[in-house]
Design a protein around this ligand. Structure first.
Ligand SMILES: [Zn+2]
Length: 220
């Protein structure tokens, strides 16, 4: 009885992709696959059947969801703040606390989420209050690390209005820590960036004590 020769389906052999000039193997380009085809392939590699009913429309949904979760790349902080900067004669602390934040960690592409607290002391200019949450969104809706997110929010405010100082604190929970690996489910990661007068221990302490006060009934 003759044996059937089974040729396993394999990805294009690397040797076929050797760059003629450098002699180095070029990584196979996936650019000609659609995003949905790529998600379909990922589902199959999770030992799932991308053709079963519940998963048929999943690549399309994931594409849409991921494009929403990373839309910060197409937004410009300068443009968002334009028209929302006001001259004032006010030099007390402006504080916007408990801004909801949802982001994706760049190491695992899993969510981290929590609250952002922003404070600054104006030096002639303030930012319209509703713009602070929008500014948080621009940087949060990207692949991030919490430390950089904190710094980028502080830098954007600093560049826009050059206040006497700016402080940003983020308290967040990371699904990559909660769902896998160390499984530290209750731990919160706190990061802070203090610029200008917020490096002064007294100003910094005042800011930190204000964000730790229980939220009043007027707030959500
Ligand atoms: Zn992570």
């Amino acid at each position: 009885m003759a044996h059937a020769v089974v040729v396993p389906k394999s990805p294009k052999s690397v040797s076929a992709l050797i760059d003629a000039q450098s002699g180095h193997a070029a990584p196979p380009s996936l650019a000609h696959y659609s995003t949905q085809e790529l998600y379909r392939e990922l589902i199959a590699r999770m030992h799932e059947d991308p053709d079963r009913d519940g998963l048929l429309a999943t690549p399309g949904r994931v594409e849409k969801a991921m494009s929403f979760l990373t839309r910060g790349y197409t937004q410009n902080p300068t443009q968002i703040l334009r028209g929302a900067l006001f001259d004032v004669d006010y030099d007390e602390m402006v504080i916007v606390r408990d801004v909801e934040m949802f982001s994706l960690c760049e190491h695992h592409m899993l969510p981290f989420y929590g609250r952002v607290h922003v404070a600054y002391i104006p030096n002639g200019k303030v930012i319209g209050l509703s713009k602070i949450p929008r500014l948080v969104e621009v940087f949060a809706r990207r692949l991030q690390v919490q430390e950089r997110l904190t710094r980028q929010i502080a830098d954007a405010i600093h560049e826009a209005i050059e206040p006497r100082g700016v402080g940003v604190v983020i308290e967040a929970r990371h699904m990559c820590m909660m769902m896998r690996g160390v499984e530290k489910q209750q731990s919160t990661t706190v990061t802070s960036t203090m610029v200008g007068c917020y490096r002064d221990p007294q100003t910094r302490a005042e800011f930190l004590s204000l964000i730790r006060q229980p939220t009043g009934s007027a707030s959500l």
